[in-house]
Write a protein that binds this ligand. Structure first.
Ligand code: AMP
Length: 402
């Protein structure tokens, strides 16, 4: 029987999963799915790699579905669909590894307690990620549970890239610039090492531009700085998150608008960014299609902040050999990419407008001092690869992930 690896991305109201077969060091995706509406009437949908789709309302005898019921449904579905294999490892996306974890880790009761202690650092994500781990331990008791962190790739930052200008005690307590999207950056860098090994050894900026957005500066394979900070709110404006904000605005909202922590959280996480600025949508496609000036303003602001942060990270790196664009916007939004990368010749980036419009892999001119590339990210595959590597089922070296 083949060995299967499951990846789980558990949020407050949804669980995403993927199933992979691991054979001779190669991962093959067999299925992916989503249980949505956790905490209420949930729906289960899944698609196998042969194209067969399943969709149903989950357990109609219960008014609400929790993470445990969701994971049991995944187990039942895998058995019913005869995916032909035993789940030997479950890889979990866990947003926060705190200041400690720079690598994925096998979860045991002691590690689980440590990860719970990071919940105050990411209260909107960590508790649900861990609910997914608990549920998977029950549903797949024989499988190894592996926590893969969004913060881990950034843990080798130098002190000055990790700290705020606050009294040192706060840094010591864990108030640091952690950086996120690490699984995406790691995946992209592995692909780069495989496809463009010379560039990968140099100075690289990866722009993860999706509903969440951040940039990462990578030097000789190591993350040296990121635009995201203590939480996934900082840095670039995002679909619904504000990005960089003068903390004085928060003080003003508290003192003058009498807003409490919950209201400010709601504003900054759910009603700001492209959605808040435009009043139209958080979705780049809808903004591009809109005739509203506010939609154009939101796109212009997004573009200008990405450009500004590219400049900042380039200064951190001391030059730039390669810039990679990824995420839903980075991979697909040709006009946004063009606006981000044009008029940067002085800086070494010569964008090839036609290659960019055609979504080609390399979108800079031949001979451009900085090479600009589009690469598709795959965080699930990165989690599956980490899980397989930790279980000794896979060589950690590229090109092992394809
Ligand atoms: P992600 O979170 O990585 O799935 O990215 C979601 C974002 O990518 C949304 O803002 C989408 O509107 C945007 N996106 C996806 N496809 C396109 C496209 N063809 N053109 C413009 N934006 C796109």
């Amino acid at each position: 029987m083949a060995n299967l690896i499951l990846t789980i991305n558990a949020g407050s109201s949804s669980v995403k999963f993927s199933a992979y077969r691991i054979a001779e060091g190669q991962l093959t995706q067999l299925a992916l799915g989503l249980i949505d509406g956790i905490g209420a009437k949930a729906t289960f949908s899944a698609k196998k790699s042969d194209g067969a789709k399943t969709q149903f309302v989950l357990d109609q005898s219960h008014a609400t579905v929790d993470h445990k019921m969701a994971l049991t449904a995944v187990l039942d579905w895998l058995e019913k669909e005869k995916l032909d294999g035993e789940v030997v490892g479950v890889g979990h996306r866990v947003v926060h590894g705190g200041p400690v974890y720079a690598e994925p880790v096998l979860v045991d009761p002691e590690i689980f307690r440590r990860l719970e202690a990071f919940s105050p650092l990411a209260p909107l994500h960590q508790p649900y990620n861990l609910a997914g781990v608990e549920a998977a331990i029950e549903a797949f008791p024989k499988a190894a549970q592996v926590a893969c962190f969004d913060t881990a790739f950034h843990r080798k930052h130098p002190f000055i890239a990790d700290t705020f200008a606050l009294p040192r005690q706060y840094y010591d307590e864990g108030v640091r610039r952690y950086g996120f999207h690490g699984l995406s950056y790691e995946f992209i860098h592995r692909i780069l090492r495989h496809e463009e090994p010379v560039l990968a050894r140099g100075k690289v900026i990866v722009a993860h531009l999706g509903n969440g957005a951040s940039l990462c500066a990578i030097n000789a394979g190591k993350s040296v700085a990121s635009t995201m900070g203590f939480t996934a709110l900082d840095g670039l404006p995002m679909g619904t998150r504000c990005g960089q904000l003068d903390p004085g605005v928060v003080l003003y909202l508290m003192a003058e608008k009498k807003m409490n922590a919950e209201q400010i959280t709601d504003l900054l996480y759910k009603n700001s960014g492209l959605k808040g600025m435009s009043g139209v949508s958080n979705d780049m496609r809808e903004l591009e299609a809109s005739t509203e000036q506010s939609a154009r303003d939101a796109i212009d602001y997004f573009v200008s902040r990405v450009r500004r942060e590219i400049g900042g990270l380039c200064a951190v790196l001391g030059g730039l050999d390669c810039i990679v664009l990824t995420g839903g916007i980075g991979e697909n939004a040709a006009r946004v990419r063009q606006a981000i990368l044009e008029n940067m010749e002085w800086f070494g980036i010569q964008i090839d407008a036609e290659a960019n419009a055609r979504n080609e892999r390399i979108i800079s001119e031949k001979g451009s001092p900085t090479v600009a590339l589009i690469l598709k990210t795959d965080e699930e595959r990165m989690i599956a690869a980490h899980t397989a590597e930790l279980l000794g089922l896979k060589q950690p070296l590229v090109p092992a992930i394809s």
